[in-house]
Design a protein around this ligand. Sequence first.
Ligand SMILES: O=P(O)(O)OC[C@H]1O[C@@H](O)[C@H](O)[C@@H](O)[C@@H]1O
Length: 300
Amino acid sequence: MHSLDSLSRFSIPGQLRFHAHPTGLIFAEIDHAAGVASLCLQGAHLTSFRPKSQPEPVVWVSEAARYLPGKSIRGGVPVCWPWFGPHASESSFPAHGFARTVPWAVVDSGASQGATHLTLQLQPSDATRAQWPHDTPVSLRIRVSEVLEMDLITHNATAQPLPLSEALHTYFQVGDIAEVQLLGLDGCSYLDKTEAFARKQQQGAVRFAAETDRVYVDTSAECVIVDPLLQRRIRIAKQGSASTVVWTPWEQKAAAMGDFTAQGWRNMLCVESANAADNALTLQPGETHTLSVRYSAEAL
Ligand SMILES: O=P(O)(O)OC[C@H]1O[C@@H](O)[C@H](O)[C@@H](O)[C@@H]1O
């Protein structure tokens, strides 16, 4: 694992620095001329992003989030890998895979093409190998400017095809979940996790009035969150992702989770760029797969 000293060679004066949280977790702080972001090295978990043109963050993190070794953080961009949701056969394995709670190493940083960038690689251990005994290097590359770009890159270095599901489980900041609309999914099929995975079809924009937990399949469309309170649109563009997961817990579920404040759930919406359910991947020997997202905000 990194010490702060060993990270100094990746620092960029005025643009990228590292610091330790009182719990020991190490964070990267990126301050680009056009946008700011924070990322926890555990989980390669981005915990905030705000274009400097925006008064409010684009990426939401819970005010009650816990920053603890081995625990996932409520908000930001959890990396769900190498499976999304519950493990297919082992109920004791963690939901959404182990990537979001284990150490990642910084392997590169820089400032080029108008952005500050940082690349991390998951560090396999005996504990991860017990759940995933495959040689599949995985890295996360982020680029911060007025927009946030992220690439989740998985390489199958084994001699056999491997099943894999994944998501960049992004929590977006909204003025009030009950007022926003999500565009881009009209006509898509989805699995409704609140109704035992019933298969349904989206009609028009997605609006929210209760717990919503859906895996939209066979869609690589750009999604747009229209937010009348914050007077902005958030654009979510992606490549290498054929599913979009839409999740909001609503009051009761959020209260049961223990890491939301009483009203915090109202200010978030998860729109997750994924390869899950019908769109789970099979990585062929030697294949490299990249899931890429690009988040931007503009005034309404
Ligand atoms: O509490 P977790 O493990 O971070 O998961 C949050 C949510 O993540 C979503 O992606 C799932 O579809 C939901 O079912 C789940 O509740």
